[in-house]
Design a protein around this ligand. Sequence first.
Ligand SMILES: Nc1ncnc2c1ncn2[C@@H]1O[C@H](COP(=O)(O)OP(=O)(O)OP(=O)(O)O)[C@@H](O)[C@H]1O
Ligand SMILES: O=C(O)[C@H](O)COP(=O)(O)O
Length: 394
Amino acid sequence: MLKKMTMKDVDLKGKRVFCRVDFNVPMSEGNVTDDTRIRAALPTINYLIENGAKVILASHLGRPKGTVNEEMRLAAAAAKLSELLHKDVKSLDESIGEKVEQEIAAMNEGDVVLLENVRFHPGEEKNDEELAKAFAALADVFVNDAFGAAHRAHASTAGIAKHLPAVSGLLLEKELDVLGKALSEPDRPFTAIIGGAKVKDKIGVIDNLLENVDNLLIGGGLSYTFLKAQGLEIGTSLLEEDKMELALSFLKKAEEKGVKLYLPIDVVIVKEFSNDTETKVVKIDEIPSDWMALDIGPETVKLYSDVIANSKLIIWNGPMGVFEMSSFENGTKSVAEAMAKTEAYTVIGGGDSAAAVEQFHVADKMDHISTGGGASLEFMEGKELPGVTALTDK
Ligand SMILES: Nc1ncnc2c1ncn2[C@@H]1O[C@H](COP(=O)(O)OP(=O)(O)OP(=O)(O)O)[C@@H](O)[C@H]1O
Ligand SMILES: O=C(O)[C@H](O)COP(=O)(O)O
């Protein structure tokens, strides 16, 4: 349970509400190419409208490093939101200052404006006190619905919360609820699937999950460091030599905690990193020294799919192979399909895994797809999220 104030704990009628959302969406040629994050914020925005708030939305887009970048303006996101809400959304070209104040003063209850990219100000990422105060001066209430940015202690996610009643939005609440419950009172068997490129990026999450899960399925680039550490030949597959000791300590921890840790038993290998080259499927102890593994093989798919089918709760973060190339997509696709079929409660930890379930058309079969990549990872590592900590206690 979230011990922070929520939108339901404050009177919103006629109030100016500064609502931080994560509209950091993929764009191409000035258009939003994936509106998932905008759609995910609709329940909160509609709630604010229905309760008579004046809705002042704020977001970052990309990493403009404190200067105005024409390609990172939020106007296209405002247009997309307007289309989804069936309502005018005024896109402003600043996020603080006199002009913004005038626009807000002219708002009626239920009106919606979207401020310009907050990262155009250098103070945003520095969590500058003056910028936080300038944001707070625009409003009476702060609502944080930007789960995707909750791991950042920035002026519009954390700093502002010191100066206004600060409450969670519905998306933020839901994300914390689903991920929190999964980690604190999991239905068992509880299985985590961890893939992606590097052990380095998943140290915290593997360490924390080993405290909790029944099964840990490892795939993707990071599995080869584990395999090499066990003395296997991995050819030219991805290796982080300095993480081999750590990989061994994870294997030991799994044994101590009674966690079944699975590594690939067969793989798809190639001689060069290319989609159009000869591929072979080999057993895990048959990788030639000049070949590299870019996907898990069919035996591993079968093994992992069986574990998935026999689980009650599954959390997935990171692809099983180089799924962007069709020759190496099978492992990731099969895991996505096995998750789509299972009766278990399925949680996708954002980022590449969320992209994969979209790509393989099974997104609607998942119980929860997190809108946060980095944020969900940090949450699963057991870290505090500054955007949540900053909210007003109940
Ligand atoms: N065997 C492999 N060899 C090389 N690269 C791999 C292999 N398996 C997966 N990858 C690559 O790993 C990348 C994804 O890993 P990365 O750690 O960057 O993100 P992630 O785990 O999906 O994290 P997030 O979900 O937070 O975005 C993909 O681009 C994929 O091509
Ligand atoms: O896309 C994300 O993960 C969030 O919007 C956070 O973006 P950032 O990594 O640039 O802070």
